[in-house]
Design a protein around this ligand. Structure first.
Ligand SMILES: NC(=O)c1ccc[n+]([C@@H]2O[C@H](COP(=O)([O-])OP(=O)(O)OC[C@H]3O[C@@H](n4cnc5c(N)ncnc54)[C@H](OP(=O)(O)O)[C@@H]3O)[C@@H](O)[C@H]2O)c1
Length: 270
């Protein structure tokens, strides 16, 4: 009998979380630790990662490991994957959360930045999933949580490549979920709307209403509960659900006007 499959408290199970140094990723680390998962956390900011790791270890009596990696760099993605196989851990959870935005007209934005974004939000996710999912399938248990966005369903003028990365993630995740059906491994896509993290400040995206958006803690609480339940798609909050509904049902020419209007009203396109 595979004891890892029957442990109700997730003892000896690890959660690998990218982008765990701030925002939604940090909040997810606390929630998975509260569920009894040991934490393998990665990002670039050592001080912030160490603070999350030591706080979770103290509060929830879990083990923690950190690994610094800049996921815009393929050599650093590969060294992260080598570190995972050097200390083989039973990953019960993989969270692909790290991400950042690039704002501006496609003809005006920096290609290097956008390729870096594709590396973080596409390449790293593919490589980590290929590295971690086979062990989950072998143990007949696991949860993959991919942090996308309401923009997964909407072409986004002035954030064209960001929106495209998030659409890729939804399509990839939904297809992978179907392939893994019956293996005991689930794939869940979290599609938050505006959330109060460092994301917009880092991307230089202004927002007229500074207090708009959900807290990362609320998003993480919902996400962990529903990921462990094996849901496929999480869109937290009624306004975000309405946005996704319109994105999926309105003709694209109409939706383009709608999203441009909404983002103009928010002050996002300035
Ligand atoms: N906030 C929102 O309104 C919102 C809405 C929808 C979706 N999302 C998505 O939510 C996810 C988390 O973002 P957040 O809102 O929590 O923003 P955040 O506070 O800026 O956190 C982003 C995380 O990603 C990590 N990261 C960024 N660039 C990285 C790189 N090159 N290499 C490795 N790690 C990197 C950061 O860590 P280091 O800087 O330490 O490397 C940080 O831990 C992203 O995928 C984002 O697209 C956010």
């Amino acid at each position: 009998m595979d004891l890892a499959n029957t442990d109700p408290n997730n003892r000896d199970k690890w959660a690998l979380i990218t982008g765990a140094s701030s925002g939604i990723g940090r909040a997810l680390a606390y929630e998975f630790a509260a569920e009894g998962y040991h934490l393998f956390l990665t990002a670039r900011n050592r001080q912030a990662l160490e603070a999350v790791a030591s706080d979770c270890a103290a509060k929830f009596t879990v083990q923690t490991q950190i690994h610094l990696a800049d996921l815009t760099r393929h050599d650093e993605i590969d060294s992260l994957i080598r570190a995972l196989s050097a200390a083989p851990l039973a990953f019960g959870v993989l969270v692909n959360n790290a991400g950042f935005g690039v704002k501006g007209t496609f003809l005006g934005t920096d290609l290097g930045q956008e390729l870096g974004m594709v590396s973080v939000q596409v390449d790293a996710i593919l490589k980590l999933t290929k590295a971690v999912a086979p062990g989950m399938v072998a143990r007949k248990q696991g949860h993959i949580l991919n942090v996308a966005s309401v923009y997964s369903f909407a072409p986004v003028p002035y954030q064209t490549v960001y929106g495209a990365c998030k659409s890729f993630l939804w399509s990839f995740s939904a297809a992978l979920r179907a392939e893994l059906n019956g293996t005991g491994v689930t794939v869940t896509v979290l599609c938050p709307g505006v959330t109060q993290t460092e994301f917009r400040a880092r991307a230089g995206i202004p927002e007229r209403n500074k207090s708009a958006g959900a807290s990362p803690e609320d998003i993480a609480r919902i996400a962990v509960r529903r990921t462990l339940r094996g849901d496929i798609l999480i869109v937290p909050g009624l306004p975000n659900k309405l946005f996704v509904f319109m994105a999926r049902h309105l003709p694209i020419s109409v939706f383009h006007h709608f999203i441009t209007l909404v983002n103009n009203l928010r002050g996002v396109n300035r």
